[in-house]
Design a binder for this molecule. Structure first.
Ligand SMILES: Cc1ncc(COP(=O)(O)O)c(C=O)c1O
Length: 371
């Protein structure tokens, strides 16, 4: 059998995961799995909310509509867009990743500009789909190259991966507006934002003014449901939404109905909202303490946080992947998040800071500070 090869490798975190699992079996010692992008302070407690769900219903046991259940899309419209968008602008996908993959294929641009340091999956999807890549290293840089960005797309994430950095909302809004006015499409991929915000956040409502924009979001981080594989894509373009519906119909035949009903319950029922609120409050409390600790201990790589603030769920530390591993901490070298700055970034690592604070300190306290 002949195979069409993509030349793309599996994500580096899988490699690190296998390595530390092996080491922990061999040594009998505990290792911290901070290489992953998973909120690990607490699980979201679903025990009450699942009691509301009728597993024997037709809604769960038959095909859902390919663009997603209308009830969930309406719940998203209310929760994220203050009811001011329309369900025809929202498509449900099997997580953030398929949303990104489809959106990148649908928008017709010369190339997509990614940040110099970016989540490797963006680039891998582009390679698999033969989409041309370019990069930018700051908003200043985007401003300088505006003319060449016409008919291209720019990806922005906030808080980002790998830095876990948050820009000022006014600054990022102004950047998106400027790109839109310039005829540049924007992919705004922010599955981490709603870990830190709730329904009172009006940023997505403000984004409804922007035309050349695709919002990509997921419930993997904000509801801790990476196992359910559920996310959504929002666009104001009817043509985009038609193409998304077609791709979802023929590539997936619809997205898991149970996951959709579960999230719908979490977003709309009092019991669900309570479970979400508990999950977020506990998660954000520990993230905040861990970032403060990294800053005070001199471990935060301040050089990457000039334009933005370390917020979570990741942070970049000035400790190499090997040194962290010697201290039984799994991480991913920053060099794995860049194509053009591999050498200079090898001494830094990305760690997930969404973990119990005491446990975090227990593992970091033996590392010599770099101050
Ligand atoms: C920046 C970013 N976007 C999107 C995703 C997609 O998340 P998922 O496919 O788990 O919903 C991730 C996952 O790690 C991510 O880091």
């Amino acid at each position: 059998m002949k195979i069409k090869k993509t030349g793309v490798s599996l994500p580096a975190i899988h490699e690190m995961g296998r390595k530390i699992q092996q080491l922990s079996i061999e040594t009998g010692q505990e290792y911290l799995f901070l290489q992953r992008g998973i909120n690990s302070v607490v699980n979201i407690d679903l025990s009450e909310v699942v009691q509301n769900i009728d597993f024997n219903s037709k809604e769960i046991q038959t095909y859902p509509p390919s663009q997603g259940r209308a009830e969930l899309r309406e719940a998203i419209n209310n929760e994220y867009f203050g009811g001011k968008s329309d369900i025809s602008c929202i498509s449900i996908c099997g997580g953030g990743m398929p949303g990104i993959d489809n959106a990148f294929q649908i928008v017709d641009v010369h190339k997509i500009y990614l940040p110099v340091y970016h989540w490797g999956n963006y680039h891998n999807v582009m390679k698999i789909r033969n989409i041309e890549y370019d990069e930018y290293d700051s908003f200043d840089n985007l401003n300088r190259i505006l003319p060449e960005l016409k008919d291209c797309a720019v990806l922005l994430g906030d808080p980002g991966n790998p830095f876990g950095n948050k820009y000022d909302d006014e600054e990022i809004f102004a950047m998106i507006k400027k790109l839109d006015d310039n005829g540049t499409a924007v992919f705004y991929d922010s599955p981490y934002r709603r870990v830190f915000y709730d329904k009172n956040d009006n940023f997505y409502i403000r984004l409804l003014d922007i035309d050349n924009l695709v919002i990509l979001d997921s419930f993997s981080k904000s509801l801790g449901l990476s196992g359910q594989r559920l996310g959504f894509v929002h666009s104001k373009s009817n043509e985009f939404n038609h193409e998304m519906a077609v791709r979802l119909a023929f590539a997936t035949n619809g997205t898991n109905a149970f996951a959709q009903i579960l999230v719908e319950n979490l977003l709309t029922t009092e019991i669900g909202k309570k479970a979400v609120n508990n999950f977020k409050t506990k998660t954000v409390t520990e993230i905040t303490k861990n970032i403060k600790y990294l800053k005070e201990s001199g471990f935060i790589a301040n050089e990457f946080y000039h334009e933005s603030e370390p917020t979570g769920i990741f942070a970049i530390v000035n400790i190499s992947e090997d040194e962290l591993l010697a201290n039984r901490i799994g991480s991913v070298s920053l060099s794995k998040f860049t194509l053009s700055r591999k050498n200079e970034s090898a001494k830094y690592s990305r760690v997930c800071v969404s973990i119990d604070h005491e446990k975090f300190v227990e593992f970091f306290k033996n590392i010599k500070t770099k101050r």
